[in-house]
Design a protein around this ligand. Structure first.
Ligand code: ASP
Length: 585
């Protein structure tokens, strides 16, 4: 090997040893009589010293090394006079007596430092240089550790990792599919899986009662900052289980990860129903690192000639503790915030509970101090608090107040990314009504089982049916979701009918699954975690991109290999799609 040690392992106990190191030139400092080089590899940085007096030839050669040159050096470990205790190798340096240039490097287009000067796109184009940065290396190390620990934990519980195909058929439910044209069957297409959902259920029918897979999934959705067209799931399924069994098993997995990767046990996860989450936080993925739950003033405020409240379906608010001194300017900024089109409130009403006990609101004209006192009680407000109130239609107002709550959490420093607060949200509605297409959609997916006690609503009031579905949320981010599945052919058929499928359509697209249900399908359920997100949360970041070795940019392009790209005329012809090539028309 071209090295005896790595650049991260030498310390004072190696002094006097003759060693060989290989790596990249991070930086060099020429002090006339001496030249110092920081040599970097995956494991760390070691300082090399070249002495002009004793080895002028070597020192001159060292002076000519550029950034990111790959070199190998042999020398003696010596104790540094000027120690850097922040560095694992900071007490020693290498007195070099031979230098070998293994490869030169062009000048990198940005600095390979944690605080780099390279912009996003440039760094993605030169991803191999970006990945040399310590910060990204640590992210990928974290990801590796998490995948190993997921496998260890699930293996210890008898889960089997089984691969499922990437070339499958397209289905119109859920997100849009990425499709792959077939060369052997012109005019026919494979689709890349949005998840292995139906395959893992088939595995349950086949008797593999504990399955998991760390698996790539593909969804051709409109891109958002934190979305990638291909992403990774920890996909799991179990037979002969209830919802509680699944929650226990995967709470166990999550706690194991917290313990071994983050070094602490977050304790038992609280469980909120979907309805409670919406009522208290206006969100099905609440950030419970801080309280500030919603208070409902709807009943209290009606009938005082304040038209805005009288006309509102709901009037709700939050208590920003110790904020009664907010200035006019700060309140105006919050009003502008809630009025942004993506938040959608029409205005913001406040109640200041002064430190002196006074109550001052933006609607004093309509409400007496005694009435305002009652409002304050709804929020358990104390002198010094500030209550922020929104009103309007229920869904919209809850959504807007959720955004305002998160914004206040940010402003007040309550969303510390080294604090982790996981919870389960359960009892999601089974269906969601879509106004545009005038039909129901499955809120989770069409294989999710209704709660047995709600099955009688299937015909009479489908919108009210609750599902045996659950999400794992950490710090306001949905990390995982799953459900107990339907395992009876008849119920599955009824479900497809409810979703507007004809029997023929259902049979054509999902016949294989419904047929399988005729051959002894066990009761089963499962969950999938967004692995990239799980890693990002653990890494204290909200960018999943920084936890994926080769991500796509915001418009779905791989900047390094420059894809998607056109293909040759010959390839198109072979695939039978030449006629679709616009340049040829
Ligand atoms: N397949 C589902 C998803 O990708 C997860 C599950 O139900 O297990 O969201």
């Amino acid at each position: 090997m071209l090295r005896t040690h790595t650049c991260g392992e030498l310390n004072i106990s190696f002094v006097g040893k003759n060693i060989t190191l290989s790596g990249w030139v991070q930086r060099s400092r020429d002090l006339g009589g001496m030249t110092f080089i920081d040599l970097r590899d995956r494991y760390g940085i070691t300082q090399l010293v070249f002495n002009m007096e004793t080895r002028p030839d070597l020192c001159n050669a060292a002076r000519k090394l550029g950034r990111e040159f790959v070199i190998s050096v042999t020398g003696i470990v010596i104790e540094r006079s000027n120690k850097n205790l922040k560095l694992a190798t900071g007490e020693i340096e290498i007195d070099v007596d031979s230098l070998n240039i293994l490869n030169e490097s062009a000048l990198p287009p940005f600095t390979i430092e944690n605080n780099t000067d390279g912009g996003d796109e440039l760094r993605m184009r030169f991803r191999y240089l970006d990945l040399r940065r310590n910060i990204l290396k640590e992210n990928l190390e974290l990801r590796h550790r998490m995948s190993i620990e997921v496998r260890n934990y699930l293996d210890s519980l008898n889960f089997m990792e089984i691969e499922t195909p990437y070339l499958i058929g397209s289905t119109p439910e859920g997100a849009r599919d990425f499709v792959v044209p077939s060369r052997l069957h012109h005019g026919e297409f494979y689709a890349l899986p949005q998840s292995p959902q139906t395959f893992k259920q088939i595995l349950m029918v086949a008797g593999y009662d504990r399955y998991y897979q760390i698996v790539r999934c593909f969804r051709d959705e409109d891109l958002r900052a934190d979305r990638q067209p291909e992403f990774t799931q920890i996909d799991c399924e179990m037979s002969f289980v209830t919802q509680d069994d699944i929650l226990n098993t995967f709470e166990g997995l999550s706690r194991h990860l917290f313990k071994v990767v983050k070094g602490f046990d977050p304790g038992a996860f609280p469980v909120l129903t979907y309805d409670e989450a919406m009522r208290l936080y206006g969100s099905d993925k609440p950030d419970i690192r801080f309280e500030m739950t919603f208070g409902d003033l709807t009943e209290l405020v009606k009938g005082h000639n304040f038209k805005v409240f009288d006309d509102a379906e709901i009037v709700i608010g939050i208590n920003a503790e110790a904020c009664s001194e907010y200035s006019r300017k700060q309140l105006d900024a919050l009003t502008d915030f809630v009025k942004k089109p993506q938040i959608g409130a029409s205005g913001l009403i406040y109640l200041k509970y002064g430190a002196d006990g006074s109550l001052k609101s933006s609607v004093d004209k309509f409400y007496s101090p005694e009435e305002l006192q009652k409002w304050a009680e709804v929020f358990n407000a104390k002198p010094g608090d500030l209550i922020l109130i929104l009103s309007g239609s229920a869904n919209r107002t809850r959504k807007a107040l959720n955004e305002l709550r998160l914004e206040m959490g940010n402003q007040l420093g309550l969303r510390n990314n080294t604090v982790f607060k996981p919870l389960w949200v359960v009892d999601f509605p089974l269906l969601e009504w879509d106004e545009d297409s005038q039909r129901f959609y499955a809120m989770h997916h069409p294989f999710t089982s209704p709660k047995p006690e709600d099955i009688n609503l299937l015909e009479s009031d489908p919108g009210k049916i609750r599902a045996n579905a659950y999400d794992l949320v950490i710090n306001g981010v949905e990390i995982g979701g799953g459900s107990i599945r339907i395992h009876s052919k008849n119920l599955q058929k009824r479900m497809f009918q409810l979703l507007g499928f004809t029997d023929e359509e259902a049979q054509k697209q999902f016949g294989f699954l419904m047929n399988a249900f005729e051959y002894g399908a066990p009761p089963h359920g499962g969950i999938a975690f967004g692995f990239d997100r799980f890693c990002a949360i653990f890494g204290g970041s909200d960018s999943i991109r920084d936890f994926i070795a080769f991500p796509k940019n915001n418009s779905g392009r791989d900047m390094m290999i420059d894809s998607p790209a056109s293909i040759s005329e010959a390839q198109l012809k072979e695939l039978g799609i030449t006629f679709l090539n616009p340049q040829k028309q």
